[in-house]
Design a protein around this ligand. Structure first.
Ligand code: HEM
Length: 579
């Protein structure tokens, strides 16, 4: 049975252990302590409530029910005590604990019950937004902080043996293997001009509200496959591929949420079967065609170097894994598709949001890209390099809206984290959440204006600065950064070229006359938020508009409901109109 390696111990711990502990305490210990019936009769009945009759039964059931929170408290206390001893031995402090409303943090059980997970009960789970701790985890003690076996097992049927799903030597192999393919020499704006231009040409007419998050999601997938396979996908194929990826991701997300007992929820049917069949139906014929093309190249004596200008990631992977494993190539492709689609979607969505929210900044981006790149013509690496304000803009979008808002690692062995008053002891086999989004909005790290959108803060800063880890950090830093940045710059240039075209700014017969969107207006089109079109139930709650808010809308600065799932997104989509 899938997942049984973790399932059975977890079932034992969650369902059998708590009543067993209580049974031993109430039933066996008194017998050991008072071995003779005379002694036993001295034990007060409440300490030995297992006799026959209604009272005995009620007490037995109560003891069973109470056993779960009791063992939860016991485990928490034991783990806190053990950590505290180990920390003392090493001259370290213990990590400060969350103080909840109820004694012994029992109210955490409520959250646990809601999450449906068994993983966190009575276990230490650490969260940090301190850049020094993040650096320790991602760089200084890198080998000790892994994604972990449990994640690997839950994602195995989807991500297989890909880079996202591996640790240690296996990860090193993937990283070394893939890195050359992501080198900036293989990435130029020309790879992306056609899909982005088509996307812009298909935008709804002036004045009509539309959800750009949804359509940019399709664009991100189209771009990813264009780069991977060199093919412009037909719309229905794109939709099928997108749906399969979304569904597979949902299943893995659900498994992670449920925790170790996830196999019990999949006894009847494997929910990954359908999406994975669709994914393979898409990938396998393309891999076979690329294999045939490779063999033909070989027969004609064409060396891979000679043809390399025309090769895409898929061809390059096949060249490099010659005679190798087709399943491995398939896994790598799925991992790269997943790595690129949602993150690019998130970056482009929040870039458009920030342009709409800050017209003054948008004006500066518009002026720069049209000045540097001109109203038409090719976009070179130099063009992108010279769009300096746009780069500051993209960095600021990534700072406040990191596409991967949280990351998670697990220790193999205990580790000493840097703390304000000396090292902090972190036990082995413990998870730590790296809250990138909190760190990048923290005034202790970024100053009093940390919540303010200000691209100029990047003008005299290096690209790399402490407290900015949207691309991750250290050996496991994002491989797709050059690609994503090239896509983002190309998108901004083509967007403003598109909006500047007089033909996009003329009278539009199909627009709704009631909304007064048909009258031509002077000047270029601009992107505006369209809160009136936001679906009911997805508008940002009014309470968040004040500067006190609840901290989720950057002190009342945001106008959309930002949700941090696996990837940062906008609840209900980003509704905008061009006017
Ligand atoms: C705005 C866009 C992007 C952002 C913010 C981003 C961010 C990240 C982050 C935070 C990680 C670390 C994940 C982890 O530790 O679990 C990562 C890893 C990775 N990213 Fe990206 N990413 C972006 C786009 C892309 C694109 C377009 C590609 C590929 C075409 C890509 C390929 C990868 C790969 C292969 C890894 C795994 C690296 C490893 O484990 O060694 N990323 N990315």
């Amino acid at each position: 049975m899938k997942g049984s390696r973790f399932l059975f111990p977890a079932l034992f711990k969650a369902l059998v252990l708590p009543p067993l502990v209580v049974y031993v305490l109430l039933h066996i210990l008194p017998r050991l302590a008072f071995p003779t019936p005379t002694c036993l009769s001295l034990v007060p009945p409440l300490l030995f409530p297992l006799g026959p009759g209604l009272l005995g039964r009620v007490l037995r059931i109560s003891a069973y029910l109470i056993s779960f929170p009791a063992v939860f408290i016991l485990r928490s206390t034991i783990s806190a005590r053990t950590s505290s001893w180990a920390a003392k031995k090493l001259g370290a402090h213990i990590i400060p604990r969350v103080e909840r409303r109820w004694v012994l943090n029992v109210d955490i059980l409520q959250d646990w019950a809601r999450s449906g997970s068994d993983d966190e009960v009575g276990r230490m789970m650490i969260i940090t937004s301190d850049p020094r701790v993040m650096k320790h985890v991602l760089v200084d003690d890198f080998d000790n902080f892994v994604k972990g076996e449990k994640f690997r097992e839950r994602a195995w049927d989807f991500l297989g043996d890909g880079i996202f799903n591996s640790d240690g030597e296996r990860w090193k192999f993937h990283r070394t293997f893939l890195r050359p393919f992501f080198h900036p020499t293989h990435i130029t704006a020309s790879n992306f001009i056609i899909p982005i231009s088509r996307f812009l040409a298909a935008l709804p007419p002036r004045g009509q509200a539309f959800d750009i998050q949804q359509s940019v999601g399709d664009l991100a997938l189209r771009i990813a496959w264009e780069w991977i396979g060199g093919e412009d996908l037909a719309t229905d194929e794109l939709a099928r591929l997108g749906e399969a990826l979304r569904e597979a991701q949902k299943v893995v997300g659900r498994r992670v949420k449920i925790g170790t007992v996830w196999p019990l929820f999949e006894l009847g049917k494997d929910p990954l079967e359908e999406p994975m069949t669709a994914l393979r139906r898409f990938l396998v014929p393309r891999i076979s065609r690329a294999c045939l093309a490779r063999d033909k190249r070989r027969e004609s004596g064409e060396s891979p170097e000679f043809a390399s200008e025309d090769l895409h990631l898929l061809d390059r992977l096949l060249e490099a894994s010659e005679g190798g494993d087709a399943k491995l190539v398939e896994d790598q492709l799925i991992n790269v598709l997943l790595a690129s689609r949602d993150t690019t979607n998130s970056l482009l969505t929040f870039a458009v949001y920030c342009l709409a929210l800050h017209p003054d900044v948008a004006e500066r981006v518009r002026e720069e890209v049209l000045d540097v790149a001109g109203p038409e013509g090719s976009i070179t690496k130099e063009t992108i390099r010279d769009c300096k304000f746009s780069r500051c803009f993209i960095n600021e979008v990534l700072r406040l809206f990191p596409p991967v808002p949280l990351n998670i690692r697990r220790t193999l062995r205990p580790s000493l984290l840097p703390g304000p008053d000396g090292p902090l002891y972190m036990p082995g086999n413990t998870s730590i959440i790296l809250a990138t989004i909190l760190m990048q909005r923290d005034s202790a790290v970024w100053g009093d204006d940390a919540q303010v959108f200000d691209p100029d803060r990047w003008a005299d800063m290096g690209k790399e600065r402490e407290g900015f880890m949207s691309w991750n950090y250290g050996p496991r830093m994002c491989l797709g950064q050059p690609l994503a940045l090239t896509v983002a710059h190309t998108f901004l240039i083509l967007l403003y070229r598109h909006l500047a075209q007089p033909s996009n700014n003329t009278h539009n017969d199909t627009a709704d006359p009631d909304t007064d969107v048909t009258a031509p207006r002077p000047g270029p089109l601009r992107v505006h938020l369209a809160p009136d079109a936001q679906p009911e139930g997805t508008r940002m709650p009014d309470a968040w508009r004040t500067d006190r808010g609840d901290g989720r809308a950057r002190g009342g600065r945001d106008r959309v409901w930002v949700v941090a799932d696996v990837v940062l997104a906008i609840k209900g989509g980003l509704w905008v109109r061009l006017e």
